[in-house]
Design a protein around this ligand. Structure first.
Ligand SMILES: NC(=O)c1ccc[n+]([C@@H]2O[C@H](COP(=O)([O-])OP(=O)(O)OC[C@H]3O[C@@H](n4cnc5c(N)ncnc54)[C@H](O)[C@@H]3O)[C@@H](O)[C@H]2O)c1
Ligand SMILES: N[C@H](CO)Cc1c[nH]c[nH+]1
Ligand SMILES: [Zn+2]
Length: 436
């Protein structure tokens, strides 16, 4: 199949502005979607379960009458796990363990230190009480996303984990439920879209109100998350999947072709880009893609994604490849090159960095250990993978000894008076020791 994928050369005039247009993506929606989501969120806030049922029946083509039909019990999750093949359960369990063990290393302990006069300062780390995990379920089922969202929450020690997942036409995915069982989700509700986000944010008679909502979703989910931010915390607004492969031309072109397909197959809006200093290699990868796409069950999505947002970029050398990778700030960056550990030093912006020819991004999606919920659309410039830190919060600790309070009060008093805040000044001054 012929693939019409854009080709750029870093030495051509206007390359930087071409690159900017290639990367442009507005992760939150147009006015029509904003209005629809605002309406859904408001109706759920005002009418609770009744609105959730109405929207679920409308958007997921269901026939729910009572809100009790929306919950799937732990017993039903266990039964679903029993219906999944032993091989798949073993893979889910192995992946869950690896993701758990990786995230164990992210745990941040509380800390404190004492000054010479006895004053103690520190930081107390506390897990969130109750978290909502959104698992997408509109066009595909994502058991791996259950593990990636729930395991760090478990490691952080979150008190209660509420999962929501839409079940269009009432079709429940046993693998998703098995993953929820294995990960240790407390309660599962079969709702999705903006109505699920609103229900978690405001609470209804049936759906508990949570402190934070995490997890990826489509434009309705992303828009609703942005709208309820402030009422609850959110993790990030994730856009379509992306992969940027930097290859020196020495990896099997079929491998690179499939790595590019692996993210393109998620979504027509996904973005797969190859950068290489070797033009002949770029042509070989293109030939591999045109041959291999015929074998792919999702070839229509892959083609739409590659032709709409994919690209080949020919560069002068590897230094330039790294500079461009930093501009792209991709969700996933594959360094399919010699000595990746040397070149990684130059990378400042990427959600996850896959180092070497034997490290395809797909292994990270399922089971390497690091999280697959990652910043997209260049937001890796300022944000990080989902992690244990997203499920913990910090409180400052301050204990003043009498001597310490006296010392601090002498610093604070002039500052408070400088701000014309007399009560602050006097509150501090009361603590100044008479003979100091
Ligand atoms: N970044 C990641 O880690 C990651 C992982 C998995 C999936 N994803 C992405 O998540 C997204 C999942 O999207 P999805 O659609 O399959 O599932 P979804 O669960 O996000 O959305 C389905 C819901 O959208 C709502 N909806 C659909 N059409 C609507 C309309 N016209 N008006 C109002 N609401 C409407 C419905 O309520 C439905 O339940 C994809 O873009 C996928 O690539 C990202
Ligand atoms: N690559 C996706 C995040 O961009 C996550 C995923 C789930 N399943 C397969 N892949
Ligand atoms: Zn993926």
């Amino acid at each position: 199949m012929n693939l019409n994928i854009r080709e750029f050369s870093s030495s051509s005039d206007g390359f930087r502005s071409d690159l900017e247009s290639l990367l442009a993506w507005d992760s939150v929606s147009d006015a029509g979607v904003q209005k629809a989501v605002a309406d859904i969120v408001e109706q759920v806030r005002l009418n609770g379960d009744q609105a959730v049922i109405e929207f679920t029946n409308r958007f997921d083509r269901r026939h729910v009458v009572s809100s009790s039909e929306l919950e799937i019990t732990r017993e039903e999750l266990a039964l679903a796990k029993g219906r999944v093949s032993a091989e798949l359960v073993a893979s889910l369990e192995a992946a869950a363990k690896r993701v758990h063990d990786y995230h164990e290393r992210q745990k941040q302990p509380s800390w404190q230190y004492q000054e010479n006069d006895g004053t103690v300062l520190g930081q107390k780390v506390t897990p969130l009480d109750r978290v909502g995990v959104y698992v997408p379920g509109g066009k595909a089922a994502y058991p791996s996303s259950v593990l990636m969202n729930v395991m760090p929450a478990k490691v952080a020690g979150v008190g209660e984990i509420i999962m929501v997942v839409p079940t269009p036409d009432g079709l429940v995915n046993d693998i998703v439920l098995a993953a929820a069982y294995i990960a240790g989700v407390d309660r599962v509700f079969t709702i999705g879209g903006a109505q699920a986000v609103a229900a978690l944010a405001y609470g209804t008679a049936t759906i508990p109100k949570v402190d934070k909502i995490v997890g990826p979703g489509n434009i309705y989910v992303a828009t609703a998350k942005k709208m309820v931010f402030g009422v609850v915390g959110i993790d990030m607004i994730a856009g379509p999947s992306e992969i940027l492969v930097v290859c020196d031309g020495k990896t099997d072109p079929d491998w690179i072709a499939m790595d590019l397909f692996s993210q393109a197959e998620h979504d027509e809006d996904a973005q797969s880009i190859l950068i290489s200093p070797d033009m002949a290699f770029i042509k070989e990868v293109k030939a591999s893609m045109e041959r291999l796409i015929e074998t792919q069950s999702r070839k229509d999505i892959i083609k739409a994604s590659l032709e709409g947002r994919g690209a080949f970029i020919h560069v002068e050398n590897m230094d330039e490849a790294m500079d461009i990778a930093n501009v792209v700030a991709a969700e996933h960056l594959e360094l399919s090159i010699d000595e990746p550990e040397k070149w990684v030093e130059k990378i400042r912006h990427a959600g996850a960095i896959f180092m070497g020819r034997h490290t395809p991004e797909a292994l990270g999606d399922y089971c390497a250990g690091p999280n697959h919920v990652l910043p997209t659309s260049g937001t890796a410039r300022f944000s990080s993978p989902l992690g244990v830190y997203d499920f913990q919060k910090r409180s400052s600790l301050i204990y003043c000894s009498p001597e310490g309070a006296s010392t601090l009060a002498k610093i604070a008093s002039p500052l408070a008076r400088g701000e014309s805040l007399e009560a602050h000044a006097m509150s501090a001054e009361y603590r100044i020791l008479k003979d100091s």
